[in-house]
Design a protein around this ligand. Structure first.
Ligand code: HEC
Ligand code: HEC
Length: 322
């Protein structure tokens, strides 16, 4: 199967050349057929949903949504003005069985709006991983459409509490990392993950950006020193003197989820404002307190060559060199 790349300009021309009426497109000059004849629609040779397709007064009417979406465009219906809006994206639609090529089209998002959405979705959507993910992707579904519209809003529910409550990777970092990879491609997305995880590990969290709408303003902050849910949450809860299953801790993690989502879109905004360049972020380096460990224990020159990872060693190990 080949994937047909459809540029925005080309698609608009296609859309303008055919009259949109309600939810169906009129195709003039089609051969007359009996009203009961089923109409089949092939887009690039592949059958798409033809529900509602019919022949009326010699004109073949086909549903504009299914056809447009099969071509990678986004369709909006404005009931107040009876207007169908079809917007093309620069992402080539995938042929069946193929994934759309990365990166997917990204548009600038407001970090403040994103932070608040992250906070809210923590409660409405099942925890940290869904929160950061839905905060960003719901906006891209609306502003860009395909291929973001192919993603389920529920796919990150398992990530809450470091995956089903296991306390491994912070769910917000995990899902935001996925979005970075989709919106910038794997290599540049990974560079942004380095930046995001390091920022998280070394920042006072939660930030004070949620004071206006949160349930527990003015909470204490901690520097997680780790991307792990277990360390991040346990140290904060211990210092705050609250249970890890308390409303106060939920509020803290809702804020942190919003913070992570906001940091991710801030990077993506800058990245795409520079036409897809990473020059605004420094290459990841281990922090001073464990830089000397990595000198002997990284995968490349470990003694023995066993250690994998970029996390701060001394959150878990004693420094045997001191
Ligand atoms: C100068 C090189 C060097 C540095 C620096 C270094 N290590 Fe090691 N480390 C070793 C060697 C050699 C061993 C022993 C391997 C063995 O005996 O099998 C070791 C063993 C370990 C072990 C295995 C447990 C043990 O006691 O055998 C851990 C864990 C470890 N190091 C963690 C760290 C951490 C954390 C740091 C930084 C705070 C660090 N190392 C710094 C060389 C180094
Ligand atoms: C989240 C906690 C954590 C972090 C962070 C961490 N480690 Fe470990 N590491 C462990 C645990 C737990 C083990 C398994 C220990 C065992 O079973 O003996 C381990 C195993 C090791 C071993 C093998 C030890 C052995 O007994 O065979 C080495 C070497 C090691 N870590 C080095 C490092 C270095 C270097 C870093 C930093 C770059 C690091 N670790 C970061 C928790 C951690």
């Amino acid at each position: 199967m080949t994937t047909q790349k459809l540029s925005r300009r080309k698609f608009v021309a296609v859309a303008a050349g055919t009259a949109a009426a309600g939810s169906v497109l009129g195709l003039g000059g089609m051969k007359l057929a009996a009203a009961s004849t089923p109409v089949k629609i092939l887009v690039n040779g592949v059958a798409v949903n033809s529900k509602g397709a019919r022949i009326e007064d010699g004109t073949t009417l086909v549903p504009v949504r299914f056809v447009s979406e099969a071509l990678g465009a986004k369709v909006d219906w404005d009931g107040t003005t009876n207007t169908v809006s079809i917007t093309g994206t620069d992402v080539a639609p995938a042929a069946p069985g193929e994934a759309p090529a990365l990166p997917w089209t990204y548009v600038e998002l407001d970090p403040k709006v994103t932070a608040k959405l992250g906070y809210e979705h923590y409660f409405s959507h099942g925890g940290c991983a869904s929160a950061a993910y839905v905060a960003i992707v719901s906006q891209l579904k609306e502003k860009v459409g395909y291929p973001w519209t192919t993603l389920s809003d529920d796919m990150w529910r398992y990530g809450a509490g470091g995956a089903a409550g296991w306390g491994t990777l912070c769910g917000a970092l995990n899902s935001a990392g996925m979005v970075l990879g989709l919106a910038a491609g794997t290599a540049d997305g990974n560079a942004m993950i380095n930046e995001l995880y390091e920022w998280y590990s070394s920042s006072e969290l939660p930030t004070k950006d949620h004071e206006e709408y949160c349930k527990y303003p003015n909470q204490i902050t901690t520097v997680p020193r780790s991307p792990l849910c277990h360390i991040s949450v346990s140290v904060w809860s211990n210092l705050a003197g609250v249970s890890a299953a308390s409303e106060e801790k939920f509020d803290r993690c809702a804020k942190v989820s919003g913070d992570v989502a906001a940091k991710a879109v801030t990077m993506l905004n800058e990245y795409w404002a520079k036409g897809g360049k990473l020059d605004f972020i420094a290459a990841w380096k281990p922090k001073e307190e464990f830089a000397h460990c990595a000198g002997c224990h990284t995968l490349a020159n470990a003694q023995p060559k066993t250690q994998q990872g970029k996390m701060n060693c001394v959150t878990c190990h004693d420094d045997h060199t001191k």
